[in-house]
Design a protein around this ligand. Sequence first.
Ligand code: GLP
Length: 240
Amino acid sequence: MPRYHQLKEILRERIRSGEWKSGDLIPSERELSELYGISRMTARQAITDLVNEGVFYREQGKGTFVTSHKITQQLMRLTGFTEDISARGQRPSTKVLSAEMLPADELTAERLRIPVGQLVFCLQRLRLADDEPLAIERSQLNFKGCEKLLEEDLEQNSLYQLLESSYGIPLMEAEQELEAGLAGEEDSRLLKIALDSAVLYTRRTTFTDRNQPVEYARSVYCGNKYTFYTHLKREQLFAS
Ligand code: GLP
């Protein structure tokens, strides 16, 4: 394992164990490199990675701090729920609400580029972190043999992992929309939040390496427990 990976794990563990709390200032690159006998470059790389993952944030001239204990979903890298939650040191779990083959409606057919009415695998899951409900994910999947998913244990397995390792479907990229909203009756009951609480809706189409859409998923996240993180770079349009 590269050294900066090891350092990342050590730093994550300090959050997991509760030693570092949200808002705490973490040691500087120099202090970390002395403490663990590594180069400053390595320390910098580990910290930068964790900043990009939303675990830490930097404040100019002040240092690097631990982000509040929200779940961060990457908006640059394609990650699944299990990965997002594990990266925060929490335990992901799933309750399958339904799993069945159903005919695709118009929108789904358009997103999955299939004829309306074609049978697709429809999965509704309640997703939890440390036993706390965080999101409801309604996924529709289409690929040759997708009905085999009916036999999978989707409470114990990550969907992305199954697709990639058992079905040989490499997930390459996704398009995602985010929208604010208010929790309706069913969502508030499942997420254990008050009716009309703030929620975030996402709609994601995930593509394989052959640019084939494989999943169209509509999800609802508790608005106060999730952070969507993206790293923006300004194009150097005005550089002299
Ligand atoms: C997300 C996406 C879903 C996807 C899920 C996979 O959060 N919004 O579209 O189905 O990740 O997660 P997992 O691999 O944990 O099943």
